[in-house]
Ligand binder design. Structure first.
Ligand SMILES: *[C@@H]1O[C@H](CO)[C@@H](O)[C@H](O)[C@H]1NC(C)=O
Ligand SMILES: *[C@@H]1O[C@H](CO)[C@@H](O)[C@H](O)[C@H]1NC(C)=O
Length: 496
């Protein structure tokens, strides 16, 4: 053992033995996450404005599988004290939640700042801090004020200023107590998802709107970062990033290696390269493919809007760490033109590839969720080697189930396996700063409504009290946090 590191020994010889007592570094943080529209409810209390989700699900309830919406959800607007209590029960170091833009700014603009919105987020932040839990605040988790959507939403470049105004108000109100800010959650969903009829406002414009949005979210994030950097960081010394959702992609056969890399760039690079790469701007290979596709289709201007030199410099380097939401993995296969698929996986249609599951992976809920924890470690390596980013914070990771049982062994196992992969990556020399479980509790799961659960706590949506009850995964997570390790004892179910 003298000449061989523990990590190498473990990997080569007996990984299961080594993983039995793995310890997290002393400064590693554990957290749980939620998002405003998924938990708050109280969609129209006081002067709250309407969001795109309020608006579209009221007029078209069939857009969710169970015709539900977030009007009440977990009622966290009223039950936030219980949410804090649950975070305390788990022993987490941080609680990630989002501010509802239309709750704080009912018109979407800074002309009116809601006193009630201010009070709600102040109470939540102060309540967490009283218990020693760090608030990690997402500025935008998809609930755009409908008033701004009516003006074109994320396809209108003026949104860069609208978002910057909103961010500045949030920093001014809460920046003295919030030191980790996340700007725009999963911009891939904000653009590719919302313009592909899968997320509100359920638009259908994958050729143009999606790419206008892509450029505007990068600029809006950068502007919000620069404002913090110049006006607030000297006072509060906080950190900022933009959480990217990232499927890990691997080639199905060695012949698919090139398209697999391209799909990573299409998904991840389009939202990361402008910020994290040394050169900035779009990933060159993606800019080229999209320019060729556009030209062939008869467009005069690139469908993916170009960045000017000034814009490239403006966006480049606007991060303090890499924020990663990770869930699953796919294999990538080169297809003949027009055969892309099978599911509207963003980008496959531009690259003529399809994504498939490895038959060795088990799946959760439906086919979309393949379980391959090793993908997380590979992804962490990809971020390090592609961008040279040293610090990575896992801002989401979790497992969807249709079953609502309190005995959620599959979720517990999923979280355990992902934490093991994180420990291995840390051992490899990658600085993973912390882990955020999605989600603190069952909530409104977008177009799946309440049919799919991610919660460490179950929520009784039939009770007016929205009673929350810990699952086995909550007890497991508590035990990991308390011991700051994954121990063999946790393999048994009576870990606490
Ligand atoms: C991280 O990336 C850098 C740059 O490519 C590389 O030199 C380093 O070895 C990588 N670290 C790990 C732990 O792989
Ligand atoms: C809801 O909570 C109140 C106050 O704690 C309690 O009195 C009541 O019995 C609860 N109702 C249900 C249906 O759980």
């Amino acid at each position: 053992m003298q000449f061989i590191s523990v990590a190498v020994f473990c990997l080569v010889f007996i990984p299961s033995w080594c993983l039995e007592n793995l310890v997290f570094p002393p400064d590693f943080k554990f957290g749980v996450a939620t998002a405003a529209y998924q938990v708050e409810g109280a969609w129209n209390v006081n002067d709250k404005g309407e969001s795109v989700w309020d608006s579209v699900l009221h007029s078209q309830p069939s857009l969710t599988m169970d015709r539900s919406n977030g009007d009440v959800a977990c009622d966290s607007y009223h039950l936030w004290r219980r949410d804090i209590e649950m975070a305390v029960e788990l022993g987490v170091n941080m609680y990630r939640f989002s501010i509802s833009w239309p709750r704080l700014l009912p018109t979407g603009f800074p002309n009116i700042i809601s006193e009630d919105g201010k009070r709600y987020y102040n109470d939540l932040i102060d309540g967490l801090l009283e218990k020693g839990i760090e608030p990690v605040v997402t500025l935008y988790h998809w609930d755009l004020p409908q008033s701004l959507q009516d003006l074109g939403g994320w396809a209108n470049p003026l949104i860069i200023e609208w978002f910057a105004d909103y961010a500045k108000i949030a920093y001014t109100l809460f920046g003295d107590r919030v030191s980790t800010w996340l700007t725009i959650n999963e911009p891939l969903v904000v653009c590719d998802g919302a313009y592909n009829k899968m997320w509100a406002p359920f638009l259908d414009d994958m050729k143009i709107g999606r790419y206008l949005c892509n450029k505007n979210v990068m600029m809006a994030h950068a502007k919000a970062y620069r404002i913090y950097d110049e006006e607030f960081r000297p006072l509060y010394h906080g950190k900022l990033s933009m959480p990217n959702i990232f499927f890990w992609f691997e080639p199905e056969t060695p012949a698919d290696a090139e398209v697999s890399d391209l799909l990573l760039q299409m998904w991840e690079g389009r939202y990361s390269h402008p910020i994290y790469s040394k050169t900035g701007g779009w990933p060159p290979e993606i800019e080229k493919v999209l320019a060729e596709n556009g030209k062939r289709e008869g467009y005069r201007q690139p469908r993916l809007p170009t960045f000017t030199k000034e814009e490239i410099d403006f966006v480049k380097g606007t991060y303090d760490f890499y924020a990663l939401n990770h869930y699953t993995t796919r294999l990538v296969r080169k297809e003949k033109p027009g055969q892309a698929g099978p599911w509207p996986f963003y980008g496959c249609e531009e690259l003529d590839v399809s994504v498939v599951n490895d038959p060795l992976w088990t799946t959760a809920v439906t086919d979309w969720f393949a379980i391959n924890p090793e993908g997380l470690r590979k992804q962490l390596h990809w971020i390090n080697s592609t961008y040279g980013v040293k610090d990575i914070l896992i801002t989401e990771n979790g497992l969807p189930t249709v079953e609502k049982d309190l005995n959620d062994f599959t979720r517990l196992t999923y979280i355990k396996s992902n934490l093991e992969q994180i420990l291995l990556a840390i051992d490899d020399g990658i600085n993973v700063m912390g882990y955020t479980a999605w989600s603190l509790m069952d909530n409104f799961e977008w177009s799946s409504g309440y049919l799919v659960s991610y919660g460490l706590y179950s929520v009784d949506f039939t009770s007016p009290n929205r009673t929350r009850t810990p699952r086995d995964s909550a007890r497991f997570y508590y035990s990991v946090i308390r011991t700051r390790s994954i121990t063999s004892r946790q393999n048994e179910l009576n870990y606490v």
